[in-house]
Design a binder for this molecule. Structure first.
Ligand SMILES: Nc1ncnc2c1ncn2[C@@H]1O[C@H](COP(=O)(O)OP(=O)(O)OP(=O)(O)O)[C@@H](O)[C@H]1O
Length: 231
């Protein structure tokens, strides 16, 4: 469904990701793990075409999208929820969600029913300003904005970072439901190994821009976690 083969990705002349290869089957979740600064966000940005340059192959449904501009990748079905969420504070909830709809293949400016189903609070408060929401509500809004594009692949960069503990589980459950009930293929950058093990079938461990280990989540041992995630 989504794969990379021998991808090296650059900021300026620095190769931040080096020779990365992986494959996520349709309908699966891949967790991307590793210490701070190893290139997890860069991996997401490379999938979206947001780094300065990348070499190698980025495949979506068997087609190489590496030369496609970011907006085309969005139209082809990849939606990105960045770290820090990227909510526009002075825009309403409705406006923030509709920003995602530009990438809908049918061109309609609508909020899909799934958003109302998963996030009733957002649906009931469409005129509230995005900036007035809590961190957890803003994370829900960022996911809702991604879903407005009607994607087949969702990229989630540390979706529970900085969120109150009582809301974390709610967001985790929504991510699991998006995969298991709604069939989305998900790439999840995650520091929380417990949630990565629960949500994903596959993992990719990065260390200093390279793949240190990968495979089925059953192979994500405590030893690997200690070696590549502890400081
Ligand atoms: N826009 C940029 N320009 C130049 N270098 C960058 C840029 N963004 C990130 N880097 C560098 O690339 C490396 C990888 O950063 P990246 O943000 O991908 O790591 P990460 O694993 O996501 O870290 P974190 O867990 O802290 O988010 C770091 O050395 C970082 O300084």
């Amino acid at each position: 469904m989504l794969d990379m083969t021998g991808v090296t990705s650059f900021y300026g002349s620095s190769p931040v990701l080096q020779n990365v290869s992986f494959s996520v089957p349709r309908g699966a979740v891949l967790s991307v793990l590793g210490r701070n600064g190893v290139g997890k966000t860069t991996l997401m940005r490379t999938i979206m075409g947001l780094t300065d340059r990348a070499t190698g192959t980025i495949g979506l449904g068997g087609r190489d999208i590496r030369a496609e501009p970011t907006h085309r990748r969005a139209e082809l079905g990849i939606a990105y929820v960045p770290q820090g969420r990227g909510i526009i504070g002075r825009f309403s909830i409705r406006e923030n969600i509709l920003m995602g709809s530009f990438a809908r293949p049918d061109g309609k400016r609508v909020i899909p029913p799934l958003v109302f189903e998963l996030f009733p609070y957002l649906g009931d408060n469409l005129n509230r300003r995005g900036g007035d929401l809590s961190g957890g509500q803003q994370q829900q809004l960022a996911i809702a904005r991604a879903l407005a594009a009607d994607p087949s692949v969702l990229l989630l960069d540390e979706p529970t970072e900085g969120i109150q503990p009582n809301i974390v589980e709610q967001i985790e459950n929504i991510i699991v439901a998006l995969n298991r009930e709604h069939g989305l293929t998900i790439v999840l950058v995650e520091q929380n190994v417990r949630f990565a093990r629960r949500a994903s079938q596959h993992f990719l461990m990065l260390d200093k821009g390279r793949v240190a280990a990968q495979g089925d989540t059953a192979l994500l041992t405590d030893e690997l976690v200690h070696r590549h995630m502890m400081v």
